[in-house]
Design a protein. Sequence first.
Length: 252
Amino acid sequence: MLSKAKIKEIRALEMKKRRDESGLFIAEGNKTVADMIQVFECEWLLARSSWMATQGDIPARELVLAEDDEIRKVSLMKTPQDVFAVFRKPVYSLSDASPASGLVLALDGVQDPGNLGTIVRIADWFGIEHIVCSPDTADAFGPKTVQSAMGALAHVQVHYTDLTAYISDYQSFRIYGAFLDGDNIYSKTLSSNGIIVLGNEGNGIRPETASFINERLFIPSFPPDRPTTDSLNVAVAAAVVVSHFRNSAITL
């Protein structure tokens, strides 16, 4: 039986301040937890017996068999699934996020957790192992981001740093950015390594970040003269850009 104190402790991890203080984050959902438990240290796991029976040995410090309504008490989902877990946040080295070894995504103030989670999934699908974020980008380990990423955080390292300083260290590489006044991406020769910068949902890439970008890309609408929306959602733009990179990139 879950105590009120335990429920309060777990639900507090919905807040970024508490996640930062404790070094913990929450994840829920059958696939998400199954993927993440193979990579992240699991501190506490609550699950129905039917889910446990499909997992074999479960590497959790504390394993609790769920009663009928216990997952609902800690869950942040409208329709809770069979498992809820508390994981320890990983510690990554920014030096590993080098464009020398492949493509790196850089996010300049992407604020919607759902967009961030979707971008993590896109990176995972297209084999991008590192995303470097400005400090004001949404928290990769917030519940909404974790849910949107659907387990992809197990395969993609998300770093937070001074984005301008990070990019300035790699000026010998191609630094791509998505702009409304850039060059048609479909007419560009793209490389298989470098940094791809995507900006804030409303304001795009900040001027101080843009000053270091040496390849400005634009995704054209079709047909060119047809009235349409002003821009693409940042996660949709990420999918289009990264897909085209993988389809046409050359090794430099």
